[in-house]
Write a protein that binds this ligand. Structure first.
Ligand SMILES: CC(=O)SCCNC(=O)CCNC(=O)[C@H](O)C(C)(C)COP(=O)(O)OP(=O)(O)OC[C@H]1O[C@@H](n2cnc3c(N)ncnc32)[C@H](O)[C@@H]1OP(=O)(O)O
Ligand SMILES: O=C([O-])CC(=O)C(=O)O
Length: 370
């Protein structure tokens, strides 16, 4: 018996994150504790180096990431040539791949060189996402600020003005909550690629490609598109009921692993509520809550990480098609940590397929085929 979509299959080991009885941890620390207390930089240290940093280690990591944020001039030139109407996720995928050109040891998969590459990617992906957005709006990219953390730096590079405390706190939580998630599809794509001993940038490019689809990271943009299509609170219930009657999916609900709810969603819901309150535009949050109620009542399905993230991004001024790239500004830490883990104890990932096609077919010469 094959497991369709590898459901329930344990495809390898990891010490990075776990989902046990619906509880998510990064290296054994409950996601709720991390969401409440951690900075994203602390999470990066936890994932890369196996434990929370001391104050001195954290300061050092902050300095390193801050110094690594600027992009190579050649990459900026490339970004300037991207068509204005390009899909941002495609631009990100291309840019991440092109970043590999500037590595001194492009094919080196040793721990030492790979950690350096990983830190550069963690620092540079937010710069790429902010720059590509500004360029497509016809604005000049904002140079990375010195001495600030990722959440603050990213919002500043995106908007060109300093974000306030509430925005920075929301962005930091977004980064913490999205950083890693066991063998999700994009992380698994990264590990499959790394397991061939292809380089870090190749593996991350595969991951970005896999994150794009609406069944995975692309769901956040699809959620916002649905809310905008519905338009108001009264439209939510008929929209959901009609979709379900047509056996269509409501984006942002359901999960392969969590059947009783995604532990990250409550944090995102609370953030959405908080941002809605001060936005003067609370309807997007209110519509989300209504949709959540109707989905639980009708299908027993709970929101996943992408559902309330959509309105959080919206309230932070992030347009729909930039939402999945923003997810990547965080997941880059999980992808690269998994790639490091894969290199550290590698074996080629090559499962078998259950062949269901015809057998014993005779060869037919071309003139006799009809
Ligand atoms: C970061 C992330 O990747 S989080 C996930 C983001 N993706 C989405 O939000 C897309 C919407 N959700 C889905 O498509 C799915 O729930 C997935 C892809 C996330 C998980 O899917 P699977 O584990 O393969 O579940 P599967 O597709 O087998 O669904 C099981 C049942 O629930 C239904 N179902 C699952 N999700 C949904 C949904 N969002 N809306 C309506 N029905 C759904 C399916 O139709 C199916 O019903 P059936 O048994 O009557 O046919
Ligand atoms: O684990 C999954 O299948 C999808 C998910 O929630 C994530 O990648 O964060």
């Amino acid at each position: 018996m094959t497991a369709r979509g590898l459901e329930g299959v344990v495809a390898g080991t990891t010490q990075l994150s776990s989902i046990i009885d619906g509880v998510l941890t990064y290296r054994g620390i409950n996601i709720d504790d991390l969401a409440e207390h951690a900075s994203y930089e602390e999470v990066v240290h936890l994932l890369f180096f196996g434990r929370l940093p001391t104050r001195a280690e954290l300061d050092d990591l902050r300095r390193q990431l801050s110094a690594l944020r600027p992009l190579p001039e050649g990459l900026m030139t490339l970004l300037r040539t991207v068509p204005r109407d390009a899909v941002p996720m495609d631009t990100l995928r291309t840019a991440v791949s092109a970043l590999g050109f500037y590595e001194e040891h492009p094919n080196d998969t040793s721990r030492e060189v790979s950690v350096e590459k990983a830190l550069r990617l963690v620092a540079q992906v937010p710069t790429i996402v902010a720059a590509l957005e500004r360029l497509r709006r016809g604005q000049e990219p904002v140079p990375p600020p010195e001495g600030t953390d990722t959440a603050h730096a990213f919002l500043l590079m995106l908007k060109g003005t300093a974000p306030d405390e509430v925005e920075v706190d929301a962005m930091n939580k977004i980064l913490v909550l999205h950083a890693d998630h066991e063998f999700n599809a994009s992380t698994f794509a990264a590990r499959v690629t790394a397991a061939t001993l292809a380089d870090m940038h190749a593996a991350v490019t595969a991951a970005v490609a896999a994150l794009k689809g609406p069944l995975h990271g692309g769901a956040n943009a699809a959620v916002m598109a649905a809310l905008q299509e519905i338009g108001d609170l009264d439209g939510v219930e008929p929209y959901v009921l009609e979709k379900l009657a047509r056996k269509e999916r409501i984006m942002g609900f359901g999960h392969r692993v969590y059947k009783q709810g995604d532990p990250r969603a409550k944090w995102l819901r609370e953030m959405s509520r908080r941002l809605a309150e001060r936005s003067g535009e609370p309807k997007w949050y209110e519509m989300s809550v209504r949709m959540d109620e109707v989905m639980q009542r009708e299908k027993g399905l709970f929101p996943n990480v992408d559902f309330y993230a959509a309105t959080v991004y919206h309230y932070l001024g992030i347009p729909k098609d930039l939402m999945t790239p923003v997810f990547a500004t965080s997941r880059i830490s999980g992808w690269t940590a998994h790639i490091l883990e894969q290199y550290g104890d590698n074996r080629l990932i090559r499962p078998r397929a259950d062949y269901t096609g015809p057998t014993s077919q005779a060869w037919v010469p071309i003139d006799q085929r009809g």
